[in-house]
Design a protein around this ligand. Structure first.
Ligand SMILES: *[C@@H]1O[C@H](CO)[C@@H](O)[C@H](O)[C@H]1NC(C)=O
Ligand SMILES: *[C@@H]1O[C@H](CO)[C@@H](O)[C@H](O)[C@H]1NC(C)=O
Length: 478
C-alpha cells in the first residue's frame, strides 16, 4: 500500500522542482571573466596596489620568518643583515589577471600574478644587486550564504601559491656577492608568500568589495528615463556559474510621477539567456518587461484626421473604394471626411528571431464630415508591424517598419452590412500615413541604457532570442 503514497509524494516533489525550475527572472546581467578581470585590475590600481608592493617590508619579513623556524637561522640572518644597507622593491606590477572556474559549487578563483624587482644595496659591491621576483595571489570568490537579498559575493580566501613563486638574480655577480645573494634569496623564498598574504591580500579584498558594490550599483542603475516615466532594475539574486557572475534582476516601470505601474518578479514567462561564450557581458530582458516599456512609450491614444485636407489622395481612394460597397454611402462623403484612429491596446512585441513583430488592435471610425455626430461605420483592425531595434550610442532604438491590416471587422455601420476587407487597401494607407509615423516619432528618442558605458564598452548591439531582448558588446574595452 505504501507504493502509491510514495509515488504520489515523489510526483508532488518532482512537480514542485519542475515548477521552480521554470521560473525566470525579469532580466539577467551576466558578467564574464573579461569584465571581472578589467574591473578588478582597475580597482587594484585605485587602491594603490603598486605602491603597496613597493613598500613591502622585505627585510623585516625575512627576519620574522626565519625567527619562527630553526633557531640557528637567527644567527645566520644577523650575519647576513650586516651586509645589507637596504633591500627593497624597486619596481612592481600586476600582470594579467585570470578568472577561472573552481571545482566547488558557486565559487570561482581569481589569479593575480605579481611581478617585482627588488634592489639590494651592499657594501660588497658598488652597484645595486637586483632580484626578479614573481608570485601569484589566489583569491577565491564565493556567494555568501545568508538570508540577505540579494546574496553577496565575498572574497572567501586569499593566499599565495607556492608553485608560482620564483626569485632569480638579474645579473651575474662575483663569487662573494653571489653567495650573499643566494642566502638572501633563500630567506626571501618563504617570506614572500607570507608578505603576499599579509600585505597584498587585504588590498585585493578591498578592491574586490569595491568592484562588487559597483556591479550592484550598475544592476540597480538609476531609473532609465522613458519619457514619460522610467524603468528600474533591482538585484533579486546572484549566482556564480563557471567563471562568470549572473545577476538576476527584478524590474519596475514607473509613471511620470514616480508611481510604480508595473512590477516584475520571477515568473513562468520564459527568458532565453544564451551562453556567454567569449562575450564580455550579456544583458537579457524578458519580453513582458520590454512590452511594459513599449506600453509606457506608446500609451493608447486617439488620432483625429481630417482626411480630405491631410491626405487628399487617400480621401479619393476611400471614396472610390466605398463606391464599390455602396454608391449612396460614397455620395455622403463630403469634403471634410474625418477618420478617427483609436489604439485600443498598446502594441505587443513578439520577440521571435529572426524577426520581431508588434501586434496591435485599432478601432477606426470613418465619418462623412466633421458635422456628423455618428460615424458612417466603425472597423476593428488587427495590425502587424515589423520591429527593428538597434543601438545608437548608448540608446536602445525601436522602430516600427511598415504596418499591415491583418484582420478587419465591421463593428458598427450606418450604411448596412458590408465586407470591410474591401477597404483593406485604403485602411492600410491611412495607418501607414498617420499611425506609423506618429508612433515612430514617440519612439525616436530611444531609451538610454547605461550598462555598456558603465562597463567600459563603446558599442553594443541589441538582438533578440526567443521571448528575450539581448544586449551584448561589439568589441573590446575602451
Ligand atoms: C591612493 O593614493 C592616493 C595618492 O597617494 C591617495 O589619495 C588615495 O587615498 C589612495 N587610495 C587608497 C584607497 O588608499
Ligand atoms: C519575488 O518573488 C519571490 C518569490 O519567488 C518573493 O520571495 C519576493 O518577495 C518577490 N520580490 C518582490 C520584490 O516582489
Amino acid at each position: 500500500m505504501a507504493v502509491p503514497w510514495t509515488f504520489s509524494l515523489l510526483c508532488g516533489l518532482l512537480a514542485a522542482t519542475l515548477a521552480e525550475a521554470t521560473l525566470s527572472p525579469p532580466a539577467v546581467l551576466n558578467l564574464g571573466p573579461e569584465v571581472i578581470k578589467e574591473k578588478l585590475t582597475q580597482k587594484l590600481e585605485d587602491h594603490n596596489v603598486t605602491t603597496i608592493l613597493q613598500q613591502l617590508p622585505l627585510l623585516s619579513a625575512m627576519h620574522d620568518n626565519s625567527a619562527w623556524g630553526v633557531p640557528l637561522l637567527g644567527n645566520l640572518v644577523n650575519s647576513i643583515l650586516k651586509y645589507i644597507i637596504w633591500l627593497r622593491v624597486t619596481s612592481a606590477s600586476i600582470l594579467q589577471l585570470q578568472v577561472q572556474p573552481s571545482p566547488y559549487y558557486q565559487e570561482m578563483m581569481v589569479r593575480i600574478p605579481v611581478n617585482m624587482v627588488a634592489g639590494l644595496n651592499t657594501p660588497l659591491i658598488k652597484t645595486i644587486v637586483e632580484f626578479h621576483m614573481e608570485s601569484e595571489a589566489h583569491a577565491l570568490i564565493r556567494v555568501e550564504k545568508s538570508n540577505s537579498i540579494p546574496s553577496r559575493l565575498v572574497l572567501s580566501d586569499c593566499s599565495s601559491s607556492d608553485s608560482s613563486l620564483r626569485i632569480r638574480l638579474l645579473h651575474r655577480l662575483s663569487f662573494l656577492v653571489n653567495s650573499l645573494a643566494k642566502k638572501i634569496m633563500n630567506l626571501l623564498m618563504p617570506a614572500l608568500p607570507q608578505l603576499v598574504k599579509t600585505e597584498l591580500c587585504p588590498v585585493i579584498k578591498a578592491a574586490f568589495d569595491d568592484m562588487f558594490a559597483d556591479f550592484l550599483r550598475l544592476a540597480r542603475a538609476v531609473p532609465i528615463p522613458l519619457s514619460p516615466g522610467g524603468l528600474e532594475f533591482e538585484p533579486l539574486s546572484l549566482i556564480i556559474e563557471e567563471n562568470f557572475i549572473q545577476l538576476d534582476l527584478g524590474a519596475k516601470v514607473l509613471d511620470s510621477k514616480g508611481r510604480v505601474t508595473a512590477k516584475f518578479n520571477n515568473s513562468e514567462m520564459p527568458l532565453t539567456v544564451p551562453a556567454l561564450g567569449n562575450k564580455a557581458f550579456c544583458f537579457a530582458v524578458r519580453q513582458d518587461v520590454v512590452n511594459a516599456v513599449v506600453a509606457a512609450l506608446l500609451p493608447s491614444e486617439k488620432l483625429v484626421i481630417p482626411l480630405h485636407y491631410v491626405l487628399p489622395d487617400v480621401a479619393r481612394e476611400l471614396k472610390s473604394s466605398l463606391e464599390m460597397i455602396s454608391k449612396q454611402a460614397a455620395n455622403r462623403l463630403d469634403g471634410t471626411q474625418i477618420v478617427k484612429i483609436v489604439t485600443q491596446d498598446v502594441p505587443y512585441l513578439d520577440l521571435t528571431p529572426p524577426s520581431t513583430t508588434a501586434a496591435q488592435q485599432i478601432v477606426m471610425d470613418i465619418s462623412a464630415s466633421e458635422k456628423d455626430l455618428h460615424p458612417l461605420f466603425t472597423v476593428g483592425i488587427e495590425t502587424k508591424s515589423k520591429v527593428q531595434f538597434y543601438s545608437e550610442g548608448d540608446r536602445l532604438m525601436f522602430n516600427f517598419n511598415g504596418i499591415s491590416s491583418d484582420r478587419i471587422q465591421l463593428m458598427n455601420s450606418d450604411i448596412g452590412i458590408f465586407n470591410p476587407e474591401l477597404l483593406k487597401n485604403v485602411i492600410t494607407m491611412i495607418l501607414t500615413a498617420e499611425l506609423l509615423p506618429n508612433q515612430n516619432s514617440k519612439l525616436r528618442t530611444g531609451i538610454p541604457v547605461s550598462i555598456m558605458k558603465a562597463l567600459g564598452y563603446e558599442t553594443a548591439s541589441w538582438s533578440s532570442a526567443k521571448d528575450t531582448l539581448l544586449l551584448t558588446p561589439d568589441s573590446n574595452f575602451l
